[in-house]
Design a binder for this molecule. Structure first.
Ligand code: SF4
Length: 362
């Protein structure tokens, strides 16, 4: 089975750190976007019924009106076989959530919601240009809970400008009171071409690492266990969709800038909304900014790197074991890896620094 990802490239305004493909001034194009999305889904009709997860991200999917959200969900139905769908996630931004939209989503089969909190400290949110207040987050969370959602994720960020360990602890405490089933943790990345990058702000990797260690220490008390480098969940609430990525399984991405892994090929669709819509209006597959077919050792290295992100690691066949015998015997591998039979995993206290061993495996 595969995962289906749909990218919704619209936001009400751009956050200062954001380098995702999202447009803050194209709301008028949402209907045309939905039409193009329907055409794109139809181009993959032969994959109908082969998906067991859907993830609608962005951007801000909940920026769409109630009517547009119904249309968005109906596009997924042209590809999914209802009975096989195990998880259907939609990202939401607190400012655009209403009870009507939440009711539409749950009655359309969406069964998981992901909301960005990032921090519970308004002054830190202001520094990264996020307009969403912790109060709005709380309201949106209640709206979804009241609609019946029982599988909800929240995102938190580490290493924000001026963020202290106490600030971070307070955010975790704030979030824990909402009893999320899943939490994703991201260090702030400062990209040159964003307002934050242009302002001269810098990343804080040491501070982010301390906050990460603190998260690993205190989140289990809230029932949230780390199961992947950046992901914590209650038992049974691990993201099935993201597991497709980490287990090197196939997924189809629709929408501008969406990534796919189909028939051994990784490709990323053009990030230009105009080009994407134009090509689809002519019934053509949209252009790609990258296409790559991984084979042999390269593919095996990727499988290792993705699988090692999981706390439980992965089982690898003996041919991959033999292929990486030299790397597995290195000093870095002894420091980072726990190898038992054909199961290989990162040592728990080395997960955050995993890039060091990943570099060695490439
Ligand atoms: S809400 Fe998300 S996608 Fe939209 S601008 Fe902010 S970070 Fe980017």
């Amino acid at each position: 089975m595969r995962g289906l990802y749909i990218h919704v490239p619209f936001c009400s305004r751009k956050c200062d750190y954001c380098d995702f493909t999202s447009y803050a001034d194209r709301v008028k194009d949402i209907d045309a976007y939905l039409e193009a999305l329907r055409v794109e889904a139809a181009l993959y009709a032969e994959l109908h019924g082969t998906f067991d997860t859907v993830y609608i991200g962005g951007g801000t999917p909940t920026l769409l009106s109630a009517h547009q959200l119904k249309q968005l969900v109906s596009v997924t139905e042209t590809l999914t076989g209802d009975s096989l769908l195990k998880e259907f996630t939609m990202e939401a931004n607190p400012e655009s959530v209403t009870a009507e939209k939440a009711d539409i989503l749950i009655s359309s089969g969406v069964n998981r919601i992901s909301i960005g909190l990032q921090s519970s400290r308004p002054e830190l949110l202001k520094k990264i240009g996020r307009t969403v207040s912790p109060e709005k987050f709380a309201q949106a969370w209640s709206v979804f809970r009241n609609a019946g959602f029982r599988n909800m994720n929240a995102d938190l960020m580490t290493g924000l400008p001026g963020q202290t360990l106490d600030d971070f602890r307070e955010s975790v405490k704030f979030l824990s009171d909402f009893k999320p089933e899943h939490l994703s943790l991201y260090p702030l990345e400062v990209h040159e071409d964003t307002p934050l990058g242009k302002s001269g702000a810098e990343e804080n990797p040491d501070g982010a690492a301390d906050m990460y260690d603190e998260a690993c220490r205190i989140l289990p008390a809230a029932g949230l266990e780390r199961y992947e480098i950046s992901s914590f969940a209650k038992k049974g609430y691990e993201s099935r969709h993201n597991l497709h990525y980490w287990l090197q399984e196939e997924y189809l991405g629709l929408g501008p800038a969406a990534a796919s892994y189909i028939n051994g090929e990784r490709r990323t669709t053009t990030s230009s909304l105009d080009l994407w819509m134009k090509e689809l209006s002519n019934g053509r597959f949209p252009s790609c900014t990258s296409r790559e077919t991984l084979k042999g050792r390269e593919k095996d290295a990727e499988k290792l790197i993705l699988g090692l992100r999981l706390a439980g690691g992965i089982e690898i066949p003996s041919n991959i074991f033999i292929e990486f015998k030299k790397e597995f015997g290195s000093e870095t591998a002894r420091e980072f890896l726990d190898i038992q039979g054909c199961r290989i995993k990162l040592k728990p206290d080395r997960m955050y620094l995993a890039n060091r061993i990943f570099t060695e495996l490439i």
